[in-house]
Write a protein that binds this ligand. Structure first.
Ligand code: SF4
Length: 96
């Protein structure tokens, strides 16, 4: 009888391990679904090709940090760091 109880305890332990692994798989699946949703909202290649990067400087103060304006259809939609700029080497302060 003791052998049977030991085997039952072992099975319960394995079941608990399986439940933990299933929970991990569900978490990974949720992560994959989030990534898939992100991929679906990415701009198409055609849309990305219409984006221009224009080199300029931040006008906020007199330091003159370099930035790239991201322009689409004639409108500024963002900015990217200008890593080779000698003043700021791609870094901007919170104001800029
Ligand atoms: S990023 Fe900051 S420090 Fe650089 S020019 Fe703009 S406001 Fe001045």
């Amino acid at each position: 009888m003791a052998g049977m109880e030991t085997r039952m305890a072992g099975m319960e332990t394995r079941m608990a391990g399986m439940e933990t692994r299933m929970a991990g798989m569900e978490t990974r699946m949720a992560g994959m679904e989030t990534r898939m949703a992100g991929m679906e909202t990415r701009p198409t290649r055609e849309a990305r090709m219409s984006i221009e990067y224009r080199a300029t400087i931040c006008p906020y103060c007199s330091c003159g940090c370099g930035i790239y304006l991201v322009v689409k259809d004639g409108k500024i939609i963002g900015q990217e760091p200008w890593k080779a700029h000698p003043v700021n080497e791609g870094k901007n302060c919170p104001k800029g």
